[in-house]
Design a protein around this ligand. Structure first.
Ligand code: GDP
Length: 334
């Protein structure tokens, strides 16, 4: 973390460092992005602007699944095989609960031993923050920075709880759901929304005695996926099996992901989807900033408290109170 004793690096130095794939510069730029300090954020914005210009060809892949399903093990296995094939891999995370639990995912890098010590991998635990929106913005910007630093494969991990999958989905090209073969009730426990978002479902821990149930789950999921409406990407989601711990099935899953990229590059969806995501980030950011400006003002907060009482007591209509508050907000802006 940047603290008062560490001088804030100059944006120009960070831009140069990132351009030369210097991981210290990359890490420091991400720290600026994660800061709450306005001076840091304005420096971060300059770095992001410069990084956006490079627009390298990259693949952004989201990976979700309940705790214990094997996300870290899968990322370690897939990440190492990608590095062996000549790629550079960045692993980021979205875990809005991490500020409470002190990094429940990715916090423990020992779970990705080979990857975390490899010079062609960059692993960054989830940013902390009090809102999912804030954590998501930081991760989105970290993606841009990692790409500019030369990482061509970005893996974004999220834990399968709450709304964090939606946030990850809004920043990746391909979304993968890791699952375990259950005892029969395969469709239980998975939120419908997540299945709808998934471009692939992968049943992990498919080795030894588990192979048969994993295959059965694969058949059931494939059948279930056909019942969903077609995706805008025209991609028919696939179901695979793997054993992350034994590195089996990982190459096939990567082949499937490459098939997806070929298909969405050809039909133009990849480019259109990234543009739509950019627009979505713009709208989201505007909303966040406007909200935090309004609710962050001490004067307005005091006035709001007073108006709330009047509204509760039917002394004034909610709309009138809102109009008066907004008028004061506009006056404050002048
Ligand atoms: P995460 O919480 O989703 O990141 O899961 P982890 O990667 O930490 O894995 C949870 C546990 O499952 C660990 O004990 C792993 O060793 C184990 N595990 C992960 N993948 C496999 C697998 O393919 N087969 C088996 N048998 N165990 C696995």
């Amino acid at each position: 973390m940047t603290n008062q004793r560490t001088p804030v690096p100059a944006p120009e130095d960070l831009i140069l460092g990132i351009d030369q794939s210097d991981t210290t510069s990359l890490a420091r730029a991400i720290t600026l992005v994660e800061s709450e300090n306005p001076e840091h954020l304005s420096k971060a914005a300059r770095v992001i602007e410069a990084c956006l210009k490079s627009r390298p060809e990259t693949k952004r892949i989201g990976i979700t699944g309940v705790p214990g399903v094997g996300k870290s093990t899968f990322i370690e296995s897939l990440g190492m095989s990608l590095i062996n094939a000549g790629h550079s891999v960045a692993v980021l995370a979205i875990d809005p609960t991490s500020s409470l639990s002190k990094g429940s995912i990715l916090g423990d890098k020992t779970r990705m031993t080979s990857l975390s010590s490899h010079p062609k991998a960059f692993i960054r635990p989830s940013a902390s923050g009090d809102s999912l929106g804030g954590v998501a913005r930081k991760t989105r910007e970290a993606i841009i920075l990692c790409e500019a630093a030369g990482y061509d494969i970005i893996l974004v991990e999220t834990v399968g709880v709450g709304q964090s999958e939606t946030a990850v989905h809004s920043m990746v090209d391909f979304f993968l759901l890791l699952k375990l073969a259950g005892a029969g009730d395969e469709l239980q426990g998975i939120k419908r929304g997540i299945i709808e978002m998934a471009d692939a479902i992968v049943i992990n821990k498919a080795e030894g005695a588990n192979v048969a149930s994993a295959k059965q789950a694969q058949t059931e999921f494939s059948r279930a996926l056909h019942l969903y409406p077609p995706k805008a990407s025209e991609w028919q989601p696939k179901v695979g099996t793997c054993s992350a711990i034994e590195n089996s099935g990982i190459a096939e899953i990567w082949e499937m992901i490459l098939d997806y990229f070929l298909s969405v590059q050809k039909n133009g969806y990849l480019e259109a989807h990234r543009s739509a995501q950019n627009k979505q980030w713009l709208m989201q950011h505007l909303e966040d900033v406007l909200k935090s400006e309004f609710f962050g003002s001490e004067t307005l907060k005091k006035q709001l408290d007073e108006w709330v009482v009047k509204v509760e007591n039917h002394e004034v209509s909610p709309f009138k109170a809102a109009e008066l508050l907004l008028a004061d907000y506009r006056k404050e802006l002048k």
